[in-house]
Design a protein around this ligand. Structure first.
Ligand code: 13P
Ligand code: SF4
Length: 302
């Protein structure tokens, strides 16, 4: 922490000067998550916090689609993304033209897009969802079949838990797809451990887990179960960030880091607040349509 002290102090000072709010996703580096963030959470919680805040500036410590979603819900605020190259393999797996082609191939089926998509893709969809509310949103649309993009593993998780027919896309998270059911079984054979997996993991990982849910869902499950030993099958930083809140739980995990989340660093946060750049901008027509799809999610119960 000593090495971070001056930077944290400088960021706090800039935050006051700019009337800025720093949001950090659960996968951020611990020095960001615990050191400078005003609000921590999953992608939905962060977007909501951006909308509800009376700050002039939002600094999104997360990836590009999260910063775009914050800008959609807080259009009058300046939204900074300290590392503009912090992308996401899921968001990059599908384009607006792909969604139009899916609609043409399945006439009448509504399109639900995971929040891990670009604003241009959200603009083509009927409703957005997150991993915390995907099943609820899909069921509340009241349609017999739904096109669900872009995560094929989240799609199979939803399909296993609803009678709505799911038409999937073949996108994957480059971090979660690397976990295997075999490694979980190996950990389990060595010790009694409560396994929590994100629904972006492959189906054999989900089957081998005790709980499957979003990052906020995993934290809630830990609060309910208070296990002696837990394994979070998700981005590696999350266990570092939440372990302090569970002093009686021993955390163990195979470690996969998200290279995009890791691109956000304290020096980049300091620099972006100093220069008020890079800012998120979304063309008005795209923003209006994408905002409707995010708003539909909130109206449908997300
Ligand atoms: P959550 O919405 O569960 O925070 O997940 C976002 C994400 O990018 C998972 O990889
Ligand atoms: Fe995207 Fe996966 Fe990184 Fe989440 S962990 S931001 S889904 S690449």
């Amino acid at each position: 922490w000593g090495a971070h002290f001056d930077l944290v102090k400088g960021i706090e000072e800039l935050k006051r000067q700019r009337n800025a709010l720093i949001l950090a996703h659960n996968y951020q580096r611990p020095e960001i998550f615990h050191g400078v963030a005003d609000i921590q959470g999953d992608s939905l919680a962060l977007a909501r916090a951006a909308a509800e805040s009376d700050a002039d500036v939002i600094v999104m410590c997360g990836v590009h689609f999260m910063a775009e979603t914050a800008k959609l819900l807080a259009p009058d605020k300046t939204v900074l993304l300290p590392a503009p190259d912090a992308g996401c393999s899921l968001a990059e797996s599908i384009t607006a033209a792909d969604v139009r082609a899916l609609r043409a191939a399945h006439p009448g089926a509504p399109v639900v897009c995971y929040v891990n998509t670009s604003a241009a893709v959200k603009a083509e969809c009927d409703s957005c969802c997150t991993s915390a509310n995907a099943i609820e949103i899909i069921e509340n649309l009241g349609a017999p079949e739904v096109i669900f993009v872009p995560d094929e593993f989240l799609a199979s998780h939803v399909a296993a838990n609803t009678s709505v027919r799911i038409i999937p896309w073949r996108g994957r998270c480059e971090v979660h797809e690397r976990f295997t059911g075999a490694e979980i079984k190996e950990y389990r054979s060595a010790a009694d451990v409560f396994v929590l997996a994100h629904p972006e993991c492959p189906p054999d990982v989900q089957r081998a887990a005790d709980f499957v849910g979003s990052t906020s869902g995993m934290i809630a499950a830990l609060e309910r179960h208070r296990p002696e030993r837990a394994m979070l099958i998700t981005e590696c930083s999350m266990a570092d960030n939440v372990s302090g809140a569970f002093p009686d739980t021993e955390f163990t995990r195979p470690c996969n880091l998200c290279p995009h989340m890791q691109r956000i660093t304290l020096p980049k946060i300091h620099d972006s607040l100093m220069r008020m750049s890079p800012q998120i901008e979304i063309a008005d027509d795209v923003a209006a349509a994408a905002r409707r799809s995010v708003q539909r999610m909130l109206d449908l119960g997300g």
